[in-house]
Design a protein around this ligand. Sequence first.
Ligand code: NAD
Length: 515
Amino acid sequence: MSDTSENTLPGTAELAERARRALAACGAAGYEGSGPNALSARSPITGQDLFTVAGGTGSDAHEAIAAAGAAFPAWRDTPAPVRGALVKRLGELLTEHKQDLADLVTIEAGKIGSEALGEVQEMIDICDLAVGMSRQLEGRTLASERPGHKLLETWHPLGVVGVISAFNFPVAVWAWNTAVALVCGDTVVWKPSELTPLTALASTALLERAIADTGAPEGVHRLVLGGADAAAPLVDSPDVPLVSATGSERMGREIAPRIAARFGRAILELGGNNAAIVTPSADLDLAARGIVFSAAGTAGQRCTTMRRLIVHEDVADELVARLAKVYTGLNIGDPFSEETLVGPLVGERAHAAMRTALERAVADGGEVVAGGGRRLAGAAQDAYYVEPAIVRMPGQTDVVKEETFAPILYVLTYRAFDEALALHNDVPQGLSSSVFTTDQREADRFTASAGSDCGIANVNIGTSGAEIGGAFGGEKTTGGGRESGSDAWRGYMRRATNTVNYSTELPLAQGVNFG
Ligand code: NAD
């Protein structure tokens, strides 16, 4: 495995300076702070703290909910295309500050430059989509059974939307939710991951500029920094009709019953355990490229990362050999270096989880055929750079059925396509999936009802890297939420059925006669 970045990691002071510059360019100021709620802004590139920022508490979240609630009536009553003008301005500012925000994504989440720019591009894309949506929020006219009546379905803003987001898409997931919620007439309170406060401060500063430039009510968006405690009011307050939460299954299990207990609505975007089936007819060159990007890219830290490869036994040896060869050539190291394809894990816990999973896999009879080791520990002992691993497994054991948020690809083999589908669906999660095949029948079976049970089912591309035009989300323990494109906007609005009588009679439905 080449290691061009050994001993060439940037220094922590340099990273801190770069972060401060990017924040200033985005218009963020006065964020550094101390005290009991202060958060460490840390970079996984060196594993060191950059500086501390003022954090929030549950009472800050209550205040934020009150401010967003107070702004709601005026925002609800603003015509949707005018609301779209705010999101349009946000998209312009994101375009202007694309590199600043991408630098912060690299510094805080460890994403390589190209993926960080891609994440910001996704924000710009969702703004474009939401601006168009703002002129297309639509209802329906249905046939009434009564003469002189019309039956309508209309959609209305919900109120305050609480957005809780994960470290690995520190800004795109906020934009998916916020751009759509704002054009839908909702106001937003955002609690980002405690691991990524800087990207949140910069994004919020840009939105605040857009709010000032367009004259939107100042309280349409509020940011609350902190951990689970700071998010608690979003989860529990009856003044937050919708919580859109992205993160681990563990987090979802904690908050979903609390939101349900107050009859709130939730959009849950939780963990995945995404697989690709590779059939004997597959174009193996194309499959190998798609698999490496999905399995090793982002150091295995995407919700859609490919974690399982279910490959026909006739092509398994050849495909695994090809993948292992590519894996040995992956550049691992400084995510700011253009040579690098795999940046750091987010921290020590992720590394420990990877090691434990590999030990369990080996204890289950697995064979590590590539990677798995740690890199650059000499250059930065608190940073966790790892070699993406490929492990051939004798079967789908418990460890394979869990999401380990690190780059481990488990390889399983099959003989019959039915067996591959059964293995594919035999995990608790249901986010993303793909099949590599040139056999039309297999492709269609995979995407049919009895095929993949995931929210995303692809053919001849990997599991990660979704476009924003489609609805994004997954089934089973992934939580069932949908965000982004298509009609996902409906999740951010409430539906009303309106019966309008424009006659002079009062006929009752179902022919009921009441005197
Ligand atoms: P995490 O669950 O540790 O944290 C996510 C967010 O939830 C953070 O903001 C955290 O502060 C908050 N949180 C945690 N416990 C909470 C509680 N009890 N109450 C309120 N808020 C709470 O997840 P992470 O490590 O930041 O992110 C990685 C996970 O997110 C992976 O499982 C990944 O698959 C998942 N993810 C899913 C999607 C998706 O769209 N399905 C997208 C990105 C990440």
